[in-house]
Design a protein around this ligand. Structure first.
Ligand code: SAM
Length: 316
């Protein structure tokens, strides 16, 4: 096994592909970080209430000195994986290495069979799974999640109404099921980091004057055929977006620096002022992003993303 040391942080990146992942917007976010963070190259306290795959968290870990971080997400499978890598990364590496060897030795048809077997086990295991107390099963379940994420169609995590993982098999020549160096780096990145499964509002107790908070809620659907709000079986509706705007206001009053991103409803309807109204007291920027907003490939293309901050951007 490779050594675990601080150098790995230079390369750390998300260990899962996640719907709404923000890797392609990192340069824009970097430009919009609070001046105090850029001046000191350090962040005292980082809070992310909707962490998902953590594109910005890992980017900041690569480039800034973060004293402490608090990550939240409502998806219990995702949080289980973060917690297991934080506490048992070696066992995860062993399990994934075993799964990868077994999988890659098989013919295409047998790989497909193996994939559906793992998916079935994963869904069966959910029924009486204890997400609160650590057991050996956490290691198996996290390895299953990473395996499914790397071998499923389009490499995403999607659940049906019952909470079952339901993505079909993806055909890849030689899927890279795990990246040992990155799992070690993620374990490093999770030092001085607390991870919680819960609603975004619970993160308020960790937000104070010196916090930097990045808020990336599920997208508000751009059009009726778009189904990008289905991160968990619970969904995120307009009333949640309003609840989030109140949270934003309260945290702003506490004195924290806040940056929020969302889809721009004006992409679908130029007169839709939903977020312009909700965040009218703050700075709203529209930045171009490439994102799939329609199942019809001809309608995919460049659209705007909203980035809202409660602080003035420094000139750069
Ligand atoms: C746009 S994604 C975040 C993507 C992330 N920024 C990345 O780079 O991968 C939104 C996340 O919010 C989570 N979520 C949905 N409802 C939530 C809630 N009420 N509280 C906290 N997290 C929630 C979803 O599980 C999903 O992971």
């Amino acid at each position: 096994m490779l050594e675990n040391n601080n150098n790995d942080l230079k390369y750390v990146k998300p260990f899962l592909k996640w719907a709404g992942g923000k890797t392609q917007l990192l340069t824009e976010f970097e430009r919009r970080l609070p001046g105090v963070i850029k001046d000191k190259n350090a962040i005292k306290s980082y809070v992310e209430p909707f962490v998902g795959g953590g594109a910005l968290f890992f980017y900041l870990k690569r480039n800034y000195d973060i004293e402490e971080s608090y990550l939240f997400d409502i998806n219990k499978e995702l949080i289980l994986a973060y917690k297991t890598i934080k506490t048992n990364y070696k066992a995860i590496i062993d399990k994934l290495s075993e799964m990868e060897q077994k999988h890659l030795k098989k013919s295409e048809d047998k790989r497909k069979e193996h994939y559906y077997k793992v998916r079935e086990n994963y869904n069966l295991q959910m029924k009486d799974f204890n997400y609160d107390e650590f057991s050996e099963k956490w290691i198996e379940r996290t390895a299953y999640l990473i395996f499914l994420n790397k071998t499923c169609f389009n490499g995403l995590f999607r659940q049906n109404q019952k909470g079952e993982f339901n993505v079909p098999f993806g055909r890849y020549k030689n899927p890279k099921i795990y990246d040992e160096r990155n799992i070690i780096a993620v374990n490093q990145a999770l030092k001085n980091t607390e991870v919680f499964c819960g609603d975004f509002a619970e993160s308020c107790k960790f937000i104070e004057k010196n916090s930097f908070v990045y808020i990336d809620p599920p997208y508000r659907p751009i059009n009726k055929t778009s189904n990008f709000t289905t991160y968990s079986k619970d969904g995120f509706r307009d009333e949640d977006q309003r609840r989030l705007a109140l949270f934003f206001e309260k945290m702003s009053i506490k004195g924290a620096c806040l940056m929020l991103s969302n889809s721009d409803p004006k992409n679908g309807s130029p007169i839709d002022d939903f977020f312009d109204e909700l965040y009218k007291n703050y700075n709203i920027a529209r930045i171009p992003a490439k994102r799939f907003i329609n199942c019809d490939a001809s309608k995919r293309g460049e659209i705007n993303e909203l980035v809202i901050t409660n602080y003035k951007l420094s000139e750069s």
